[in-house]
Design a protein around this ligand. Sequence first.
Ligand SMILES: Cc1cc2nc3c(=O)[nH]c(=O)nc-3n(C[C@H](O)[C@H](O)[C@H](O)COP(=O)(O)OP(=O)(O)OC[C@H]3O[C@@H](n4cnc5c(N)ncnc54)[C@H](O)[C@@H]3O)c2cc1C
Length: 157
Amino acid sequence: MGDLRGSLLLLFSPDSGARAVRHLMDSPHFAPLESMVEAMYDVVTIGAEVSGVVAPMEAQKSGLTYMVIDADQVFSNLGNVPEGKPIDTYPSAMIPAGDLQFDGQTKALLTEDLESQLTDAEVSVRSGCIHRIEKRDGLWWLHQETDAGMVETPLRA
Ligand SMILES: Cc1cc2nc3c(=O)[nH]c(=O)nc-3n(C[C@H](O)[C@H](O)[C@H](O)COP(=O)(O)OP(=O)(O)OC[C@H]3O[C@@H](n4cnc5c(N)ncnc54)[C@H](O)[C@@H]3O)c2cc1C
């Protein structure tokens, strides 16, 4: 959803991630896949940071299929926050949409707590770097860089 180099988006990012899935489900043009179709998903998130994790949690809760993929690691933005720096959760009264709770006030406490919530939600994250997204033949295609070259995955999302 867009990290703006340390801007205080920690609550706004998951809020928009959850709302994006709710918006999709409310769309009259959207119908969930009726069964698991290999390599096709209702919801795809690129980047397993807070927004990219809360969206599949929301999708899973609603019975949608999803894929999450990250080029680095889960919560890597938070991993870059210097040790000991307090985490400013602004605005303090905001309760973001979705099921992630933001209780820790330091990087260590917050990431540990978020990772535990992700484990409890049983959301699995794939490793990989998405090179580009293309619309072709009525589908969206993810172009992923792999050791074996570029791999294309068709999406419904
Ligand atoms: C040093 C620092 C301090 C901060 N302090 C605070 C604070 O005190 N309070 C606050 O509210 N916010 C703070 N922030 C900002 C907050 O951490 C971010 O706004 C939030 O984590 C962004 O979440 P997001 O879901 O929008 O991430 P996104 O930017 O949507 O996702 C980033 C993830 O996407 C992955 N990715 C990127 N490109 C690709 C690709 N092509 N293929 C696959 N994966 C990809 C990256 O590996 C990364 O894991 C800070 C950020 C930094 C860096």
